[in-house]
Design a protein. Structure first.
Length: 278
């Protein structure tokens, strides 16, 4: 497994890989890798010849007062997991490598990036779009693999790729859940046992609404009530949104056709997101 943070060397290698007719799959991460990340690597291996993983806590997607400084950084453990899973190359840049002095070029996908997460975290998706564009260019990847947990992120990036005619196809992979059904997240380590117990009402609400839908309940207001009543039993310390949205526009859904449940709430100081398609 190659571990490198020299962009020119990596791009030269990627050109050689392309000349060999091999397909390249990228899994962009911020490290602190868990089973959810590794499921993306496995999916990439099923579809691509060369697997490129980036480990970079991207400062441009964190706003003021967010957890950039305390975001978990476990590089050696991440490298061990990547090697065990058969990753071909891990890109481990520094802030200086990715954003040199005087850096001033950013990419935004408007509208879809300004609601939900974008409304709460105004610069977040600008940072995501910018860093992912840079990673796509560095890796020259044919496919990019992202987790469904970051549902809006995938929607924003797909819009960006489509509208910029980027030569990469993005693949959304299923949420991986822990044994107690909490969606796996690097931020879960911040939760105290009491906060985690309350956070479990998120997935209980998701599954309750999905079960009612699957049994034939199509009244969206009934489903919203089941969802919110269940989650609020866990007494989140703050709720940014709990609702049902249109999968394509991410606007509030008027009916259950093509709908997705999206949730963002805080337990203690830890902000969790989750979702489920109906």
């Amino acid at each position: 497994m190659i571990v490198n943070n020299n962009i020119k060397e990596i791009q030269s290698l990627m050109k050689d890989i392309k000349k060999q007719g091999k397909t390249i799959g990228i899994v962009p991460t911020m490290g602190a890798l868990h089973a959810g990340h590794m499921s993306l690597v496995k999916k990439a291996k099923e579809n691509c010849d060369f697997i490129f993983v980036s480990v970079f806590v991207n400062p441009t997607q964190f706003g003021e007062g967010e957890d950039f400084d305390k975001y978990p950084r476990t590089l050696q453990a991440d490298l061990d997991k990547c090697e065990e899973e058969g990753v071909d190359l891990v890109f481990t840049p520094t802030n200086e490598i990715m954003y040199g002095e005087g850096y001033s070029t950013y990419i935004e996908a408007l509208n879809i990036s300004q609601i939900l997460e974008g409304a709460v975290r105004p610069i977040h998706f600008r940072g995501v779009c910018t860093v992912c564009t840079k990673l796509f260019n560095i890796s020259m990847a044919d496919y990019g693999f992202f987790g469904q947990k970051d549902y809006q992120q995938v929607a924003v990036l797909k819009k960006m790729v489509r509208e910029l005619n980027a030569p990469i196809e993005l693949v959304m992979c299923p949420i991986i859940r822990d044994t107690d059904n909490l969606a796996l997240s690097s931020r879960n380590v911040y939760l105290s046992p009491e906060e985690r117990a309350r956070a479990l009402f998120i997935n209980q609400g998701l599954f309750a609404a999905k079960e009612a839908f699957d049994k034939g309940e199509k009244d969206i207001n009934v489903l919203r009530k089941i969802l919110t009543d269940t989650i609020l039993k866990g007494k989140p310390d703050h709720v940014d949104y709990i609702d049902i949205f249109d999968r394509n526009t991410l606007e509030k859904a008027k009916d259950v056709n093509n709908a997705v449940i999206l949730i963002a709430a805080k337990y203690g100081s830890t902000r969790l997101i989750d979702n489920m398609e109906l």
